[in-house]
Design a protein around this ligand. Structure first.
Ligand SMILES: [Zn+2]
Length: 216
């Protein structure tokens, strides 16, 4: 029953972000004119600033084939530097910044007695389909709209690096820290996938603001 429910939830998760039918010729990059900033985007950007995020607003772009970067920023910091983010939707960036301040830092302080000074990621925007789930072959990932981010590690002030890959089943402290920040992420993001979910997520946490809630 649980398994069936999970499958249904997963189907629901992706139903809203299905790209055009397979086989359609991908169109080349098609910049669309910059729309005036919506009140929501303006507020999101202001809040990002309050969390000491470092970002540059990007023009809205529709790349065709279900891929776009709308209301997105290039994000280099969420209070602390973050690597590898080329484009990420503002609300997702904001939730990442809040999670970093309100969950990651307290957990690091409690478990390691240290501050996290850098987040490592595998990126956000990627014009691609869902990976590692054959039943979803051909389905656009939330990454295709910059509405998902993959977090791979945390660097502490003393230079230690807590990687999702080695730490998930690592020392007691690493395990405790990673499970604590995942639990907090499940309250903040719509979908959270960790090494507990499948082999494709062995080395990172996937967070998105698509359909949900789903947390594993
Ligand atoms: Zn992902």
């Amino acid at each position: 029953m649980n398994r069936l429910l999970s499958s249904l939830v997963l189907l629901a998760l992706v139903s809203a972000c299905v790209g055009p039918p397979n086989g359609r010729r991908p169109t080349s990059e098609r910049p669309v004119p910059l729309a005036p900033q919506s009140p929501e985007l303006k507020q999101c950007l202001a809040e990002l600033g309050r969390y000491q995020a470092r970002y540059a607003l990007l023009p809205d772009r529709n790349y065709g084939s279900g891929c776009s970067t709308i209301s997105s920023v290039q994000l280099t910091g969420v209070g602390i530097p973050i690597s590898n983010i080329t484009a990420i939707q503002c609300p997702l960036a904001l939730n990442l910044a809040i999670w970093t301040r309100e969950a990651v830092q307290p957990a690091a302080r409690q478990v390691f007695g240290e501050r996290v000074v850098r987040l490592e990621s595998f990126g956000s925007y990627s014009c691609r389909n869902v990976k590692g789930r054959p039943q979803m072959a051909g389905t656009r990932s939330e990454h295709a709209t910059a509405n998902a981010v993959d977090i791979s590690g945390f660097v502490l002030a003393d230079g230690r690096r807590i990687a999702v890959d080695s730490g998930w089943n690592g020392t007691d402290d690493e395990r405790r820290f990673l499970r604590s920040v995942r639990a907090a992420a499940c309250k903040r993001f719509r979908t959270v996938l960790s090494p507990d979910f499948n082999a494709a997520h062995q080395d990172h946490f996937h967070f998105d603001l698509g359909r949900g809630p789903f947390c594993r």
